[in-house]
Design a protein around this ligand. Structure first.
Ligand SMILES: [Zn+2]
Length: 342
């Protein structure tokens, strides 16, 4: 990538965002709409934390639970259902679940995770607590705790909408490959790339619905003790820095538990394949919040409720809720973090 004027302007814009984040730090607080709602988190997690392999009864139950939860939180819902042949199980029905607030807005902040659990022939009880039941409950809890803001000040804004995306079929059925993985996100990225953008006639606006996503924030493998998150992509490093700063500020004011610094102010180095790949390939900016190293219980029978670390989960919820709130409250004009290829 060559530095172009556009890119330099983009960096200046990012720096302004970061400055603004700094200026807002004094305003961080946990009063509504930023107060915890742990009972809601726990009940959401309980509903999701069941075996939910694509095509199973648990999968259908969780899918229904996500749709109903989104509706009760005031989201307009979309179920992107499709059939596909997969290794081992044959033809299965996938369904991405998407919720929108302000679907009419020019652009969106998209928060995402996957809700399917991995198929293990020898472990039919696998529940994938960190992978990704906890991230799904975190997205719902973010919407729940911000609900008064979302339902009032945020509602009917035209500059920004909020999307929650629950991808289906992230897991490989046999061995992870480009074709045996991320079934749902590949389907949705293709669909949104082909859908027109109603704002396309405005000057400089993309013709594709997918380009209305300013950033796709993808949560994965969260819920184990003391996670670490580094920044995977240069174009969203400013947003990652906001998370670092929010964590610092909440800790300094005694609002976090323990001493683990989860958001590291450094590049991750390398790429971890996940649901963001099809969106990245369409040049959607991505903030990938995946714990590295992976939790030790990853893809083992131990990835269950007994091995979750509640202080880390509560801390993540607090930091992430503040981050989403700041993004929405300081947004007024389109934020364009896309990589420029010239
Ligand atoms: Zn997995």
């Amino acid at each position: 990538m060559k530095a172009s004027l556009d890119y330099i302007l983009l960096i200046v814009g990012l720096m302004a965002l970061v400055d603004y984040a700094l200026a807002q730090q004094a305003n961080l607080h946990t009063a509504p709409p930023l107060a915890d709602d742990e009972a809601h988190f726990n009940s959401s997690l309980e509903a999701i934390l069941v075996p939910r392999v694509v095509g199973s009864r648990g999968h259908q139950q969780v899918r229904n639970y996500l749709v109903n939860s989104l509706k009760s939180l005031g989201f307009q819902t979309e179920v992107d259902e499709f059939k596909e042949r997969v290794p081992i199980l044959g033809e299965v029905t996938f369904a991405n679940v998407i919720g929108y607030i302000n679907p009419q807005a020019q652009n969106y902040l998209a928060l995402a995770c996957h809700y399917d659990s991995k198929y293990f022939a020898e472990d039919p009880g696998f529940v994938g607590a960190t992978d990704s039941a906890v991230p799904c409950a975190m997205l719902l809890n973010t919407a729940k705790t911000l609900n008064s803001y979302l339902a009032q000040q945020f509602r009917n804004r035209n500059d920004l909408g909020l999307m929650l995306i629950f991808f289906d079929g992230e897991e490989a059925f046999r061995d992870w490959s480009r074709t045996d993985s991320v079934y749902g996100s590949r389907h949705l990225a293709r669909k949104y790339s082909q859908m027109p953008n109603p704002f396309a006639t405005a000057q400089g606006r993309s013709s594709r619905h997918i380009d209305r996503i300013e950033v796709l924030v993808l949560l994965d493998l969260i819920g184990a003790r003391n996670p670490k998150f580094a920044s995977f992509f240069e174009n969203t490093s400013g947003l990652h820095t906001s998370l670092v700063q929010i964590e610092q500020t909440l800790r300094a004011s005694g609002q976090l538990e323990g001493n683990n610094k989860m958001f590291l102010n450094r590049p991750a180095g390398g790429f971890t394949d996940d649901d963001h790949r099809p969106f990245l390939e369409e040049n959607v900016p991505v903030l990938h919040l995946i714990a590295t190293p992976f939790p030790t219980q990853w893809h083992t029978p131990n990835d269950n409720a007994a091995n979750l670390h509640w202080p880390s989960i509560r801390n993540f919820n607090r930091i992430f809720r503040n981050f989403v709130y700041q993004y929405m409250t300081r947004h007024s004009v389109p934020v364009d973090l896309r990589f420029r290829h010239k």
